[in-house]
Write a protein that binds this ligand. Structure first.
Ligand SMILES: [Zn+2]
Length: 1006
């Protein structure tokens, strides 16, 4: 037993005690709140209420073992006026073979709303593909009728500034208010059980007269979004229909869930790029809900991951960590009392990253919760065989799942509903307590500058950062974070520098000026105050993260670092001096107020390249309408300094240009004549975006970025490339974004060709498939012909853009001569933010960047480069160890009886450089790459001391100073290789320009 678990066991003991002594907890709450607290402890049904016998019979029939149901859900109360889910489904919730489309789920909720005042349905927005998202509120009529007044009271608790932080006023509001508990289902499309479970649970909440249910609906509003990923749900139902229509055959995998991403739709809570994330947060905040509880299916039989494992997120209020424990341990205690096997909390999910949908609540003063239940990926009843790590008994899983089980969708629904109903009961009984916590967390968020700091984050006014700062502010605005702008310059004291060790002190030269003690931000700088209700959301995104290599948690569940100031390359300062809060500033309620300055009358314009995210957007928008060129050197004009890579625009109507500049968050300087600097025409090359049929998620983030930036492309697959012999006549650039941990062999071979074809096509049976792209068989990959076509494409002058696994593919297929993978040694990186340095600012890919660029690295991939096409080690000065002989270790050996011959110096390349070859090594060497075809390193990772910006880094020497971004030359064309992922989850705005610079400088990368 490790110390970690001793600690855990102790914590569990304490929490079990809490659960038993429910009332003891409440002594923390003012007496007025106690009266309402009831501890029924029972979930008995009302014996007077009739049961829907046939529905109840079906529940029993589809439940595969009595222990897999509970007294809460082993019957359905009857109603003469309110329809059961069978009205729409034709059978009970969770029945085998029944998987409703989102529209059918909505139809049922609307039937409910039409038949009882206890249910209301609202449209909360639409998806990328235009499908509706809904929220359903269920409570007593009295509560729903006055939901607005209740919401107005909760709004004041949510923003205690409106109460002048007056606790007495807050208690008064709490005594009149009831809480809101928001449940979301089916964000992960192959996890199919939640919609029917939520349909039936809503019926129960509206109809059942069991005392505990009556208590829930009279003391809180339950808010439900039954399908979060609506696009993916409809595709999943299509797949299931295909499967039912083709018995005995393999069925296609769900290659597309949402329009852009698959399970990463549950990693969007930071950058908020997806419609579903925005719709859920807006709903959560409009209702001022206290909980966001997301339903998943991947762990037998019910894993309440609320408690999770360490490390916990460092930016949440400690109150929340205790709320997690209270809710989860009470919930699991109920499940144990019902005798349902396999229900547990703790588990291996760490609670570090705030990227999960549920975490929207954690970052907005609410409570985030998540269940993993067990699912079969459809409504088939299946014999399931578990692995030992799933069924073994352990301290936190005293009643583990069965090693094998016949499992049905009904079993899943029993678990989801039982756990939810019992937790709603606990929450309703302790509603005032949780409302009080909600107020306390909100108040402490407002008091953050005094209680913990920092005081604010400041985005210094600086034209070079403005475009990306604006992208960051847009994210903060989506997070409902308030933004201010300094109306005058503000000077703040800097915290003392971190402690330096003595050696460091010795090295600093005498006469070196002391580090600055203050910093002045010019007027116009943007301020994110930490004395606002959602300060934690901003703090968690803008601060840096450190995951210790010594942390007992050795398997981070997701990324360990995400510092948005770095990843957006936005120059963000963490300010601890609270005087910043009294500096003159005004709120910016609408980001359009911070548009770029107006441009003059022309006739020429220059858009300085500062690695903006949207220069390519402008180039494509102006294609054919204006004369756009890209300068190849720095220059000065009209009193401004311009970087290499700046756009020079001529023959353009000023009023039209202005509209485009505004749309793309760009600014231009008007100049009277065309600058004389050397320039080439900006390219708007024909782009093909190539995907595999194995994974479309990681490329989905790229596709989303291209769409949002209005950079046009043809969407093709590896199968298209296998068939098209002449790619070069159709395309200039092929973007092969990461597949996601795929091997070159998987890309080439695809899936094994045994069994039947797996179609992905629009048919009457599968109307939602085959829209983004289609194939009559998902299995074939790129194939050898595809590899040959891709090689020809590059050799004939095309540009292939690759990253992570597709860069490895390009290397392995011989398309990146002289580029190799750096040995990993004991390196450990898990989704970290690493620093890199620009090698040559006049290389077009690096245009506009400062000396350093923050990169997102999934696992620490780095390259080495060579002047040879083979990875042959050449002795360098660093490797040389003098042999035994005369003198000290550093001295030269001199043979006796003859004068010493001076040896030529051994090469001493930097880790990002190729080792130069001497004449001997070059002579008649067929592997030698001619000088013009040698790879160019664009960025290399920073030296060890500057390498880690955020997250986990262990044994970083393997990656320090190694090439990160390289252009290889193959035939007449180029292959751009990223060891990092420059376009990831909408979080890496700062590195987007590396990709788009390459595109608009097509043909000029050598
Ligand atoms: Zn899931």
């Amino acid at each position: 037993m490790t110390p970690k678990y001793v600690h855990r066991a102790f914590a569990v003991g304490i929490l079990a005690l809490y659960a038993v002594m429910g009332t003891a907890l409440l002594t923390l709450v003012p007496i007025s709140l106690r009266a309402q607290t009831v501890s029924t402890g029972t979930f008995q049904r009302d014996p007077q209420q009739p049961i829907d016998e046939s529905y109840t019979q079906q529940i029993k029939k589809y439940t595969t073992a009595p222990a897999l149901n509970s007294p809460l859900t082993d019957y359905l109360p009857a109603s003469s006026s309110i329809p059961t889910p069978a009205k729409v489904l034709g059978d009970v919730a969770g029945a085998p073979d029944v998987l409703p489309y989102a529209e059918e789920v909505y139809q049922y909720f609307r039937l409910l709303a039409a038949s009882t005042p206890r249910v209301k349905v609202f449209t909360i927005g639409h998806t990328e593909e235009g499908r509706e998202m809904i929220a359903v509120a269920v409570a007593d009529e009295e509560l729903l009728t006055h939901a607005q007044e209740n919401g107005a009271r909760l709004a004041q608790l949510a923003d205690p500034r409106t109460l002048h932080l007056d606790d007495a006023k807050a208690q008064d509001l709490i005594s009149q208010s009831y809480p809101v508990y928001y449940i979301t289902g089916a964000i992960h499309s192959p996890e199919t059980g939640a919609p029917t479970a939520l349909m039936e649970m809503t019926y129960r909440l509206a109809v059942d007269d069991a005392p505990y249910v009556k208590f829930i609906r009279s003391h809180m509003i339950t808010l439900i979004t039954p399908v979060v990923e609506v696009d993916g749900r409809d595709r999943m139902v299509d797949i299931y229909r295909w499967h039912k229509a083709h018995p005995g055959q393999n069925w296609p995998r769900l290659v597309y869930w949402g329009h852009y991403v698959a399970h990463d739709n549950n990693r969007d809570a930071m950058a908020m790029t997806l419609d579903l994330t925005q719709n859920v947060l807006n709903t959560y905040l409009e209702w001022h809900a206290q909980v966001l509880h997301d339903l998943h299916e991947s762990v037998p039989f019910l894993y309440d991951n609320t408690v999770g494992d360490g490390p916990y997120n460092s930016w949440i209020d400690p109150i929340l960590t205790d709320e997690w424990s209270m809710l989860a341990y009470d919930n699991m205690a109920s499940m144990q009392r019902f005798g349902m096997p396999g229900a547990f909390t703790h588990g291996d999910f760490d609670t570090w990253s705030p990227g999960y949908l549920m975490f929207l609540a954690g970052m907005h003063n609410g409570i985030s919760r998540l269940y993993e239940t067990f699912g079969n990926g459809g409504a088939d009843t299946e014999k399931r065989t578990l692995s030992p790590d799933e069924y073994s008994r352990t301290w936190y899983r005293p009643n583990p799942p069965y090693p094998t089980v016949l499992w049905s969708q009904r079993d899943n629904n029993n678990y989801e509903e039982t756990a939810l109903l019992s937790t709603l009961s606990y929450f309703a009984q302790n509603g005032k307590f949780f409302l009080n916590n909600f107020y306390l967390k909100s108040r402490r968020s407002v008091e953050k500058p005094v209680q913990a700091g920092p005081a604010a984050y400041v985005l210094a006014q600086d034209d070079r950062y403005w475009n990306r700062q604006l992208q960051l502010l847009k994210v903060l605005a989506l997070q409902h974070v308030e933004i201010h702008r300094l109306t005058q310059a503000a000077k703040v004291a800097l915290p003392p520098p971190p402690h330096k060790d003595e050696k460091e002190e010795e090295k600093s030269k005498p006469g070196t000026p002391p580090p600055p003690t203050s910093q002045t931000f010019p007027a116009g700088s943007l301020v994110i105050r930490m004395d606002q209700p959602f300060s934690r959301a901003a703090d968690a995104l803008l601060d840096r993260q450190f995951w210790s290599p010594e942390d007992p948690q050795k398997s981070p569940y997701d990324d360990t670092g995400w510092s948005f100031g770095d990843l957006f390359n936005a120059k963000v300062s963490r300010v601890t001096d609270r005087s910043i809060l009294s500096a003159p500033m005004s709120p910016i309620p609408d980001l359009s107020q911070i548009a770029a300055p107006e441009t003059g009358p022309g006739p020429f314009y220059v858009v300085n390249n500062s690695a903006q995210v949207s220069l390519a957007s402008l180039v494509y928008a102006l294609q054919g309408a204006a004369d756009v060129s890209i300068c190849e050197d720095t220059f000065e004009s009209a009193g401004h300094k311009f970087a290499a890579g700046s756009l020079i625009i001529g023959h353009m109507e000023a009023s039209i240009l202005k509209l485009w500049l505004r749309q793309f968050d760009l600014a231009a300087v008007s100049v009277a004549s065309r600058p004389s600097v050397k320039a080439h025409a900006a390219a708007a090359p024909r782009i093909a975006f190539m995907h595999t049929w194995q994974g479309t998620q990681t490329e989905g983030w790229w596709r989303q970025a291209f769409d949002k930036l209005h950079v046009p492309f043809a969407y093709i697959s590896t199968q298209t490339v296998a068939k098209e012999a002449d790619l070069r006549s159709q395309y200039d650039v092929i973007v092969f974004a990461p597949v996601g941990r795929s091997s070159a062999h998987q890309i080439v071979d695809g899936l094994p060709m045994w069994g039947n074809a797996l179609p992905w096509q629009t048919t009457s049976l599968t109307p939602n498939l085959g829209k983004l792209d289609s194939t009559d068989d998902l299995r074939p990959g790129l194939g050898e012909p595809g590899v040959a076509h891709l090689k020809e494409f590059v050799q004939q002058g095309g540009l292939l853009i690759t990253s992570e696994d597709t860069a490895l593919f390009a290397i392995e297929e011989g398309m990146a001569p002289g580029v190799f993978v750096a040995p990993r040694k004991n390196l450990k990186v898990v989704g970290s933010v690493l620093n890199s340095a620009v090698v040559d600012s006049k290389q077009p890919v690096a245009y506009g960047y400062d000396a350093t660029v923050a990169l997102y690295s999934a696992d620490g991939l780095a390259f080495t480069v060579s002047n040879l096409t083979v990875n042959r080690h050449i002795l360098t000065a660093k490797d040389y160890k003098r042999p035994t002989g005369r003198g000290g270790p550093e001295d030269e050996d001199i043979p006796e009886g003859r004068p010493a011959e001076k040896a030529p110096p051994l090469p001493a390349p930097k880790p990002w450089q190729p080792t130069p070859l001497n004449e001997e090594e070059e002579r008649n060497n067929p592997y030698l790459i001619p000088a013009a075809y040698r790879p160019q390193v664009i960025l290399h990772y920073a030296a060890m001391k500057d390498l880690l910006l955020s997250g986990l880094l262990e044994s970083g020497d393997a990656v320090a100073e190694r090439p990160a971004v390289v252009v290889a030359h193959f035939g007449k064309g180029d292959v751009l290789l990223f060891a990092n992922n420059p376009v990831y989850r909408g979080e890496t705005i700062g590195s987007y320009a590396l990709v788009f610079n390459a595109i608009i400088n097509f043909g000029h990368l050598k």
